[in-house]
Design a protein around this ligand. Structure first.
Ligand code: HGY
Ligand code: MN
Ligand code: MN
Length: 410
C-alpha cells in the first residue's frame, strides 16, 4: 500500500501542539527558551519516540528525530521547521512544517516503507528571533554562519541569554551542532496572500528574499514636559517619528517587492512628563535583490544621520536561490498529487536559508487565510495542510530513495 497522509491525524497533532502556549485570541506564544517552548519540545519528543525515532538534541537545542534507512552511512534527508513563535504568533508558522514532517514519518511507518537514506525530522531553535535576535540563529550555527558560543550569548531585553534558557529548560544537548545533510525540505504556510488569492494549493518555493536588521539610536535632550517651550526642545521621539514616517515611501521608491518595518520603539527615560532624550528603534528591510537592499540601507542611514542618529547592523540574510533539483522534485510531487501549484519567492525568512548554504534545499508553501501571519488569527485549512504534507512525502521519498523491501535498517 503506498504511504498516504492522514489529514485528520495531522490536524489533531497541529491542534494539540497549538494548545501549548495558546493565547486568549486564538494564537500561540512559545518564545524561544520559554517554559512554553519547553512544553512544545517535550510533546514533539514524545511523538518522535512514539514513532520509534532516535531523538538527538544538539548544543543549540536543535531537535532531530531520526528514522533509519537501509544505508546508514548516507547523510539524512532532513524535513522540518521550527516550534518557537512570535509573542502573538499563529498556530501554523513553523509548527505546520514540523507536524507535516512528523506526519510523513507516520505515513511511511503505516505503509511499512523503508527509505534508503535515513530521514530526520527537525525542529530548529529560535527561528523567529523575536526574543533573542537574530532570527534563524540555530540553523545558522548548524550551517556554520555563527559559532554556538556567540549564538548562546545573545540576550533578550532582560539580559537573559539564549544559552542560559536552553540550559534551564533542559534542551542544551550533547550532539555537535552541524553535520553532513543529504537534503533539506521545509513545508511552511506562505505567510502572504498570493496562493489563496489565486486559488493555488502549493507554492513551489524557488528562493527567499534578502533581509537586513538594524538598531537605530536617535538622540535628543531630556527636559520638563511642562516648562520647556516647544521651540526650545530636542525631542528624540519627534525626530525618530519623522524618520519612521518616511519608511513606507522609502520602500515604495524601491519597487513593489521592497519591505520596511519598524517593530520596536523605545523612548528613554520613558516617563510621560519628561521629553525623551533618546529613542531606539528596530528596522527590518527586505528585498529579493542585494543591490536594491544596499540602496534602501543607504537611504535609511541618510535619514537617520540627518537627525544626528546612528544605525547599527544587527543581522542580515542574503537573498537565497534554492537547489534546482529539489525545486523540480517539489514541482513533480505537486503535479503527481494532482495539486495546483506555482513558483513563488518567499517574503519571510526561514531556516531553509541557512540549510541552503550546506545542502540541496527547497521549500513547499501552502496558503494561509488572508495571507495573515505573525498574527493570532493566522489560519490554514486542514486540506491545505494535508496537501502540503502529501507533497513533502513525495519529495522525501524521491530524495531519500525507497528501498525495495523492508531489510535490516541502519
Ligand atoms: O523574520 C522572518 O522572516 C521569520 O519569521 N523569522
Ligand atoms: Mn516560520
Ligand atoms: Mn515567523
Amino acid at each position: 500500500m503506498p504511504p498516504t497522509i492522514d489529514a485528520d491525524r495531522l490536524w489533531s497533532s497541529l491542534m494539540e501542539l497549538a494548545a501549548i502556549g495558546a493565547t486568549t485570541r486564538g494564537g500561540v506564544c512559545r518564545l524561544a527558551g520559554s517554559d512554553e517552548d519547553r512544553r512544545g519540545r517535550d510533546l514533539f519528543v514524545t511523538w518522535c519516540t512514539g514513532a520509534g525515532l532516535e531523538v538527538r538534541v544538539d548544543g543549540m537545542g536543535n531537535l532531530f528525530g531520526r528514522r533509519a534507512g537501509t544505508d546508514r552511512d548516507r547523510p539524512p534527508v532532513m524535513i522540518g521547521s521550527h516550534l518557537d513563535s512570535q509573542p502573538t504568533g499563529g498556530r501554523f508558522d513553523g509548527a505546520y512544517g514540523v507536524m507535516a514532517a512528523l506526519e510523513v514519518v507516520r505515513a511511511l511507518d503505516d505503509a511499512g516503507v523503508t527509505t534508503v537514506a535515513p530521514v530526520e525530522i527537525v525542529s530548529w531553535t529560535n527561528e523567529e528571533g523575536a526574543r533573542f535576535p537574530p532570527a534563524m540563529v540555530s540553523s545558522g550555527v548548524f550551517a556554520g554562519a555563527f559559532t554556538a558560543e556567540w549564538a548562546r550569548a545573545q540576550t533578550d531585553p532582560d539580559g537573559v541569554t539564549l544559552g542560559d534558557e536552553l540550559d534551564r529548560i533542559g534542551y542544551t544537548g550533547p550532539a555537535p551542532v552541524g553535520r553532513p545533510v543529504g537534503a533539506y525540505v521545509e513545508a511552511h504556510i506562505e505567510q502572504g496572500p498570493i496562493l489563496e488569492a489565486e486559488g493555488t494549493t502549493i507554492g513551489v518555493v524557488t528562493g527567499v528574499q534578502g533581509v537586513r536588521w538594524y538598531d537605530v539610536d536617535v538622540p535628543g535632550r531630556e527636559g520638563h514636559a511642562g516648562s520647556t517651550p516647544m521651540d526650545r526642545r530636542r525631542d528624540a521621539l519627534v525626530a525618530a517619528a519623522g524618520v519612521i514616517a518616511t519608511l513606507p515611501e522609502l520602500a515604495a521608491a524601491h519597487g513593489p517587492d521592497a519591505r520596511a518595518t519598524v517593530g520596536v520603539v523605545t523612548a528613554h527615560p520613558a516617563s510621560r512628563n519628561t521629553i525623551p532624550g533618546r529613542v531606539t528603534f528596530t528596522a527590518d528591510l527586505r528585498h529579493p535583490d542585494t543591490a536594491v537592499l544596499e540602496k534602501m540601507e543607504s537611504a535609511l542611514r541618510e535619514r537617520v544621520a540627518a537627525v544626528g542618529g546612528t544605525v547599527t547592523d544587527v543581522w542580515q540574510s542574503p537573498p537565497v536561490d534554492f537547489d534546482a533539483g529539489v525545486v523540480h522534485a517539489v514541482r513533480r510531487s505537486a503535479a503527481a498529487a494532482g495539486l495546483s501549484h506555482r513558483d513563488i519567492v518567499s517574503g519571510a525568512g526561514h531556516d531553509a536559508c541557512y540549510l541552503a548554504t550546506v545542502c540541496p534545499t527547497g521549500m513547499i508553501f501552502v496558503p494561509c487565510r488572508d495571507g495573515l501571519s505573525h498574527n493570532e488569527a493566522e489560519f490554514a485549512e486542514s486540506e491545505w495542510c494535508a496537501a502540503g504534507a502529501r507533497v513533502l512525502l513525495g519529495v522525501t521519498l524521491e530524495l531519500a530513495g525507497e528501498a525495495s523491501a523492508p531489510e535490516d535498517v541502519g
